[in-house]
Write a protein of this length. Structure first.
Length: 717
């Protein structure tokens, strides 16, 4: 926990204690103001600098685990706890004042982190421990993992660089961090910059009642006090809920085109243009890689992944082979269906037609309509069913604990997680609803409070982890609870898979707890594993209850949902592979300043992964958050890589039989103890072998997605 500060540095202008430096178990979100940030972080860094200097002097004389690791972890944790809370606050409550305060102090934080991770005395101490047979042999396997990972972190932090090269390395890190922030801000600002006001119902025909209600709510927030779902006016935006509603349901083709164009060209022109930022970031990443002795940035990134560049590239190409023909057939099916409906555009479908006609074909083929499904998936019931599932599988209970800690919005839920004996194992925030003007789009799990023995509050039991989940679900409206689409349900299950891995870790070494130390291409295994349960009958029925009648989802609707699981799978899988291939190409082969621009690369790579015409204004790369602001650079293939493991892991439960309660319980316990429990204490390959007893197979992934099996397609890289 942060140490108490002196009155001269801890108070604001009114004499109040800066909340960043109170002793807290959970961040004081209600109390933090922008004017706390610069003085608070400055004072914190002034505390940590002498602690690092003391550590460096100690380990020069004595290189032992006790002298090195616990003091180091406390420095890392103290900064990570406070800065993590502020960074998270910017994601969910972004304001110009908060943004400006963080921007002002961030260079100092980055500089200290570079000094910490690139500390030569600390690096030498870890090397000395590894090189001493007596000391090394006395360490546990987890402790050895900590040593090896910290040595590698030192290498990629430029530990071997001196003089001008070291100075340039620090400059690169500072500039990349600044550019990453600007990229994210441009994304948010360009998304919020678009509004489409509609006053005539015929222009918005086809949208569901839920979508119309949300559009009317947005209109009210813009000053149209009398806006209603029935009579308008309505305001459309580019946030996911609004955009997807238009693309899937708006009959007005011109409206779909306008919204599609705005969405796919976000952050690509004018004051919010991310193109020069991308070019500069890629140039800096390549320069950094060469300073470190690598030929490209992908090689640097692959050092903390299971795959190599060549394996990842071949893996993606193998999956492209099993997806392409299916995607081509899906496009032809859409054209034929549109023609059967008398659509004049049937012979020349464009990107803005794909989702609309795909939804009409899905409705026709499976008799599934979003408006019929949403009432059965109210947010409270979905959460109840999810919690029943994790209790069945892992023997844990999520208990509502609202009021135990401060939250950043009144809709945030807080849970205490307990094991079967009633002991608390962790905590979880959940911020469920969309707030387009201030909250980052998408869904995520943020972790900055880790399970740790060194950070024990009582010196005996380890400090418990705290997970933070964010989604952008449709908020409650018109006296109705939040009603979810089936895709929303899968997103919730996905993010709680990440939270489970953070909360249920058994590793007490804080530097390899939770995702720390886990190879990046294994991060998505628990999250994608949880998605599979959305198609399991007992689980799905447990989360469904009509919000008005209380009736469970009709059996025929469940069967149709399962039947529709592979609908459009070829096209969707191909698009995901295109994104991953683009990421890998940019970081393994692209030469900034050459004859090919980043836009050229996008068109070349994405063109190989889309059966619909690629439009000239599409700039997916300009809002490719994952690789320019999300930490997934040269790692987006990891979603598909991890899906192999997650599908194969789920097949272990399929194999024992869902009705075999004892076997399900045993398999769930093994999954919890291995995949969820080890953290970074072992390699991901070792962990999976302990769970499954063998390497994964592509068979379950291909089967779950209904893809075509071709020669060699079930062989994992």
């Amino acid at each position: 926990m942060p140490a108490a500060m002196s009155p001269t540095t801890s108070a604001d202008g009114g004499g109040n204690i800066n909340p960043l430096f109170k002793d807290f178990q959970f961040p004081p979100y209600d109390e933090i103001r922008p004017d706390h940030i610069c003085p608070g972080i400055t004072a914190l860094l002034n505390q940590l600098e002498p602690k690092l200097e003391l550590l460096e002097s100690v380990v020069k004389e004595e290189q032992t685990w006790e002298k090195l690791v616990e003091p180091l972890e406390k420095i890392i944790d103290q900064l990570g706890l406070v800065w993590g809370a502020l960074s998270h606050l910017q994601m969910v409550k972004n304001t110009p004042q908060l943004r400006a305060a963080i921007q002002k102090i961030e260079p100092a934080v980055v500089a200290f982190r570079l000094k910490l991770d690139g500390s030569k005395p600390v690096y030498d101490a870890f090397r000395a421990i590894r090189d001493s047979p007596t000391t090394w042999d006395a360490l546990s396997d987890s402790q050895k993992r900590v040593v090896e990972l910290r040595i590698w972190l030192g290498v990629v932090s430029g530990i071997g660089l001196e003089g001008d090269e070291r100075e340039r390395f620090v400059e690169i890190e500072q500039e990349m961090n600044h550019l990453s922030k600007r990229f994210k801000e441009n994304m948010l600002d360009s998304t919020n910059n678009f509004e489409k006001e509609i006053i005539d119902m015929k222009d918005i025909e086809g949208l569901t009642a839920t979508a119309l209600g949300l559009a009317a709510q947005r209109a009210i927030s813009k000053g149209y006090e009398n806006a209603t779902a029935e009579n308008g006016p309505w305001v459309l935006t580019l946030d996911a809920q609004s955009y997807e509603s238009v693309m899937q349901h708006a009959k007005n083709r011109n409206l779909r085109e306008e919204v599609y164009r705005a969405h796919k060209s976000r952050a690509s022109t004018g004051e919010f243009d991310n193109t020069p930022i991308i070019e500069k970031m890629l140039s800096l990443r390549l320069e950094k890689a060469k300073l470190l002795g690598f030929s490209n940035y992908a090689e640097v990134c692959m050092k903390n992944k299971m795959a190599t560049v060549d394996k990842a590239r071949q893996f993606l190409e193998n999956l492209r082979a099993v997806s392409w023909d299916r995607a081509v057939q899906e496009m032809e099916d859409l054209k034929q269906f549109a023609k059967s409906q008398g659509a004049p555009e049937a012979d020349s479908l464009e990107q803005w037609d794909r989702l609309f006609w795909s939804e009409r074909l899905r409705e026709s083929k499976f008799n599934i309509h979003e408006g019929d499904i949403r009432p059965y998936f109210s947010f409270p019931n979905v959460m109840d069913g999810l919690f029943k599932l994790v209790k069945r599988l892992f023997g844990i209970k999520f208990e509502a604990a609202d009021g135990l800690c401060q939250v950043w919005d009144k809709e945030v839920k807080f849970y205490c997680v307990k094991d079967s004996l009633g002991s608390t194992v962790g905590f979880c925030y959940f911020d469920p609803y969309s707030r387009p003007s201030e909250k980052q789009e998408g869904a995520w799990n943020v972790s900055f409070v880790f399970r740790s023995r060194a950070m024990s509050p009582d010196g005996m039991s380890p400090r418990l982890p705290v997970a933070t989940v964010g989604t952008n679900l449709m908020p409650p409206m018109d006296n109705k609870p939040s009603l979810l689409t089936f895709e929303d349900v899968k997103i919730v299950f996905h993010e709680f898979g990440h939270a489970l891995q953070h909360i249920l870790v058994r590793e007490d070494e804080g530097l390899i707890s939770s995702l720390r130390g886990i190879e990046h291409d294994a991060w998505e295994i628990p999250s994608q594993f949880m998605e599979n349960w959305c198609y399991h009958r007992e689980t799905l029925m447990s989360i469904t209850k009509h919000y008005e009648s209380g009736e469970t989802l009709p059996e025929i609707m469940y069967e149709k949902l399962v039947e529709a699981r592979t609908f459009g799978a070829g096209t969707q899988f191909l698009l995901k592979l295109g994104v991953s291939s683009l990421d890998l190409e940019l970081h393994a082969n692209y030469a900034p300043g050459g004859s090919e621009t980043v836009i050229d690369v996008e068109r070349r790579i994405m063109g190989r992964h889309q059966v619909f015409p690629l439009l000239s204004y599409t700039r997916y790369i300009c809002f490719f958050f994952h690789i320019f602001a999300g930490g997934y650079e040269a790692g987006c293939y990891g979603y598909q890589w991890a899906e192999v493991f997650s599908a194969d892991a789920f097949s272990a439960f399929e194999g024992v039989g869902f009705d075999n309660e004892k076997a399900i319980e045993e398999t769930g316990k093994r999954f919890r103890e291995t995949i969820l429990g080890f953290g970074g204490g072992k390699t991901a390959s070792q962990v999976y072998l302990e769970f499954r007893g063998r390497e994964p197979s592509l068979e379950a992934l291909i089967r779950h997605n209904g893809l075509l099996v071709v020669e060699g397609s079930t062989d994992f890289a």
